[in-house]
Design a protein around this ligand. Structure first.
Ligand SMILES: Cc1cc2nc3c(=O)[nH]c(=O)nc-3n(C[C@H](O)[C@H](O)[C@H](O)COP(=O)(O)OP(=O)(O)OC[C@H]3O[C@@H](n4cnc5c(N)ncnc54)[C@H](O)[C@@H]3O)c2cc1C
Length: 389
């Protein structure tokens, strides 16, 4: 496969010199582990104590990784990226809420983003998190098969209504809907609900997409079992394939509770699991659609190669590639430039509420071997190219 991701001119075509300098400065900071650790603690404290740090956060990490504080803020970014063929997924990234009115607010926001997507070619998907619609502990209890109290059952029924409402709306408006994956100990309950949504709304094509986190060694078998159900009951499978964002937490909990870790033993095993699953899905595109959410260049090339081998068009509507806004532009923009379907998650929400998301990004960029240095070397190469060096 021709290597296309080193083309920095395409990758940064939308960034001015100043924006490029700012990105360089930011990744330099993120590259510094102690700084990220201290910065995270100080920021959390300052936000809790209502100190005026929002301006600083906005000027640094927030504006780099987010589209704005509300959905309207994001539209200029959406339009700008689409001039280069890169689509957007508006991601209301408010996390960790516990109240019914907050779940209803997340529902309303997701319905709104479905409406936005309906109106704009540049937004091909909507997205939400299961714990945006209901309490984490409720999913956990159901997953562990612990009986719910009458009040909890009523609460769960409201969660099911929220799922049904958004999936129904997405189906009516023909907008594909991604549902994020979270911690394994709440995921069984979410998987069951999402599968029911696929049964109901994926009769003609994949509208509802669940997420497979392939750092989990059991997920390919899970997909194969789901495939059997889908064949027998005649529905389509939509899957976002990611490696998974909660590895440290997963391993720590397994040790604490004394059960086998659900995570692949090595990074190489996760990589293989990811690529095998992409391959399995690509073999069954008659009933499956893929959203490959990854910043891994090798996995991305592998899927491109599979499409080529099978004679599938780069812009086949069943295959999407996805990255996060603020990361791996070299992959996103070069994929789009070469005719592939690519969409970036564009997070938005009040600064304070988006902090868990931002902290995950900062920590991920600090810990994922090679990610930050790759970003830095790409930016450096582009700066040099512009200076004619
Ligand atoms: C569009 C998009 C949507 C996403 N949605 C979700 C989501 O819904 N849920 C979610 O959990 N994450 C989600 N993520 C984040 C994703 O799971 C990864 O954290 C992130 O993308 C880094 O993985 P990578 O595939 O880009 O590649 P890489 O950088 O090659 O891989 C890093 C990943 O490999 C795994 N890994 C690292 N070390 C080891 C090890 N020693 N043993 C085993 N495995 C290891 C971890 O999962 C780690 O995050 C999303 C990412 C994108 C781009």
């Amino acid at each position: 496969m021709e290597k296309i991701f080193n083309n920095t001119q395409v990758a940064f075509s939308l960034k001015s010199d100043t924006e490029l300098d700012r990105a360089y400065f930011l990744f330099k900071m993120i590259d510094n582990q102690p700084l990220v650790r201290i910065g995270t603690a100080v920021t959390n404290f300052a936000l809790k104590a209502n100190l005026p740090v929002e301006g600083l956060i906005r000027a640094t990490v927030f504006d780099h990784f987010c589209g704005g504080v509300n959905e309207d803020d994001c539209l200029s970014v959406v339009d700008k990226m689409y001039t280069k063929g890169v689509s957007s997924v508006l991601d209301y990234s408010v996390e960790g809420k516990e109240e019914e009115n907050q779940f209803d607010a997340a529902l309303d926001m997701t319905l709104k983003t479905i409406e936005f997507a309906k109106e704009r070619q540049a937004i091909p998907f909507a997205v939400f998190k299961p714990t945006g619609f209901g309490r984490f502990e409720l999913y956990e209890k159901i997953g562990a098969k612990i009986a719910l109290t009458a009040d909890e059952q009523a609460e769960w029924n409201r969660v099911l209504v929220r799922f049904d409402q958004v999936c129904n709306e997405a189906h009516k408006k023909n907008v594909a809907l991604l549902i994020d994956g979270e911690e394994s100990w709440m995921q069984d309950a979410a998987d069951e609900v999402v599968t029911n949504m696929m049964r109901k709304f994926n009769k003609e094509k994949a509208i509802v997409f669940n997420t497979l986190q392939l750092y989990r060694w059991d997920r390919l078998d899970y997909l194969k079992q789901l495939h059997e159900k889908a064949k027998a009951e005649e529905f389509f499978i939509g899957m976002k394939l990611v490696r998974g964002a909660y590895m440290e937490k997963e391993i720590a909990r397994a040790i604490e509770k004394g059960y086998p870790s659900p995570i692949c033993a090595t990074k190489e095993a996760t990589d293989k699991n990811y690529d095998d699953t992409v391959c399995y899905m690509a073999e069954h595109l008659d009933t499956m659609s893929i959203f490959a959410g990854t910043h891994n260049e090798l996995s991305t090339y592998k899927l491109m190669e599979l499409l080529k081998e099978k004679g599938i068009n780069a812009n086949d509507e069943r295959i999407w590639f996805g990255q996060l806004y603020g990361m791996s532009d070299n992959i996103s923009y070069n994929l789009a430039e070469n005719g592939y379907n690519d969409a970036k998650y564009l997070p938005f929400g009040p600064v304070k509420d988006v902090m868990p998301y931002l902290i995950r990004r900062a920590e991920e960029n600090t810990s994922v071997a090679g990610q930050t240095s790759r970003e830095l070397s790409m930016i450096k190469a582009e700066r040099n190219r512009r200076k004619g060096k």
